[in-house]
Design a protein around this ligand. Sequence first.
Ligand code: FAD
Length: 499
Amino acid sequence: MLEPTMSGSDCWWFELGGRQDTIGEDGNTALELRRLVLGVWDYIKNSGRFEADCYTLSWIGSIPGKRESRRMVTDYLLRGEDVLRGSNFEDGAFYGGWYLDVHPAGGMLDADAPNFVQTPVPVYPIPLRCLYNSQVENLLFAGRCIGTEREAFFSTRVMDTCALSGQAAAMLAAACAMWHTVPGQMTKAQVAQLRQQLLREDLFVPGLQADESANLAHEAKLTVTSVHDGRAGAPTGTMSLEEGGFVTFPGVDGTVLLSVTLHTPQTLCGTLYSAPLPNYLCPGKKIREYCWKLPAGHHKLPIQAQAGRFCTLVLEAAPDAELPLCQPLRTGFVCGKKEMPVCGEPMLEYETPESLYGAEQLVNGYIRPWGGANQWCAAPQDPEPCITMQWPQARELEQLRLYLDPELCAERPSSHAAQWQDSHKLTLYREMPAQLARDMIVEISLDGSSWEPVWEQKDNRKRLITVVLPKEQKVQALRIRFTRTWGPRPVGVFALHVV
Ligand SMILES: Cc1cc2nc3c(=O)[nH]c(=O)nc-3n(C[C@H](O)[C@H](O)[C@H](O)COP(=O)(O)OP(=O)(O)OC[C@H]3O[C@@H](n4cnc5c(N)ncnc54)[C@H](O)[C@@H]3O)c2cc1C
C-alpha cells in the first residue's frame, strides 16, 4: 500500500518485468511500467490521501531500466558464496562491495514478498575469468552482464562495480593485443603482470600487494618533514550509545584505550571483530567479547587489538552512555550508531601511536587501506609537508606516481544523497576531502642542493597523480612539496612510485 510517508527506497517495489523476457518483450514491459507509474500518480493526485493538489509530475523514464537481465556464461561464474566469503582468486582483478540486494522477481506483483533484502558483504575480488568465455576467444563482457550466478549478481550489478569491470576488461583487451594472445590463453605470468598493471592504474584488487621491484624510490634515501603522531585531535562533541554503536580503528599489537562517558553506573558490553578493511555492517572475524562494569564518569576502556587488521568494536545499547568524538585527523578511524550511522572519529589512544603513519608505508606495496591505514600522514602542525628522495648517484627518471587520500575509509554517497533516508548517511560529504592534497609542487635537484620546479598543480581533485619527469636530465634528488590541502587535515599519501 502506498502511504504518504513513503519515499526513496520505500517505493522500490514499483517494479515489473522480472519474470518476462527483458529483451524480446522489452516494449511491452515499458508500456506496463508506464501504466504502473501513471496509476501511482493518479492515486497520489486523486485518492485524497495525499496533499498533492499542487504537485506536478516532472519526469518519467522512457527506457525500462534493467536491474536484473541476462548474464553471460564465462570461464568462471562468481558465486554468492564467493561474495559472502570474499574468496581469493589468482586472477582477482577488481572488486565489489554492495550488499546481496535481493528484490522480488515479480516486483509489485509479489505483494507479499519483502520490498528488498540487503545482506552486507565484505569487499570481495572478482576474477578476470568473469569477463570472458574461452569458447569465443575475442569477446569480452563488462558491466551488468559479466559472468556471475544470480545470487552474486545481486551485488555485482551496481554501477560502481560495473564501471570497474569496464576498466579491467579494457586493460585485459589492451594486454592481449600487446601480447598477441587471447584472454583464455594468457599464461600465469601474464595474468600476474596484468594484475600489477591494474593496481598501478589504481584498480584496487583486494589483498594484492604491488610489486615494488621496479620502484626507484627504494634506491633513494626517503625522508619526510614530519609524521603524524597518531594521537587523537581536539574534542568536538559526543555520540550517544543509547541505541548501541560501533568504533573502527587500525589494529596494532597491544592495548588501545577507548574513551567513554557514563552518566550513571552501568555495564557496557561489546564484541570486537577484525577485518582487512573498515566495514561497519560486515565487521569480520570475531576476536573477543567485553563487558565492563563501570561507575559513572569518564573512562578509558582497554581493548586488546590485533595488528595487521582493522578492528571494529560493536557496542550494545547503553542508556546514559556516550562516546566522546574528536576532530577527524586520522585515516582509518570511524564510529557511528548502529542503525542510523553518524560519522565521527572516536577518541582512541594507542600505547605506541608513532607507528601508525610512518613514511615507510609510502613504499610498502599497498596503495590503499588494507589491514592498516598504509599511509604516510604529515603532522597537523607541519606548515608545508614535503617528501624528499635522494639517490646515491644522479639518475634518469621518467615518471612519478602519487596515490593520495580522498578519504578512502568512509562511505562516499552520490550527489542525490540529500534525498536519502538517514540510514544511508554514514559519511555525507558536501565538500572536498579535507586531507586530499590541493596544491603541490614537484621539484628536482641535479646537484643535490639547488631545486627547480618541474610540475605544479593547484586545486587538485584527483587521487592518482602522474607526473612525467624530464627524462634527459640526470636527477640527484626529487621532492614533493604539499602547500595546501582541501580542509583542516594534514596531507595523507598512500604510495609513491618512481620509474
Ligand atoms: C530501477 C533501477 C535502480 C537501480 N538502482 C541502482 C543504484 O541505486 N545504484 C547502482 O549502482 N545501481 C543501480 N541499478 C543498477 C545499475 O543501474 C545497472 O546495473 C547498470 O547501470 C548497468 O550498467 P551497464 O553499462 O552494464 O548497462 P546499461 O546501463 O544498461 O547500458 C547499456 C547501454 O547499451 C545500450 N545498448 C543496448 N543495445 C545496444 C545496441 N545494440 N547498440 C548500441 N547500444 C546499445 C543501451 O541503450 C544502454 O545505454 C539500478 C537499476 C535499475 C533498473
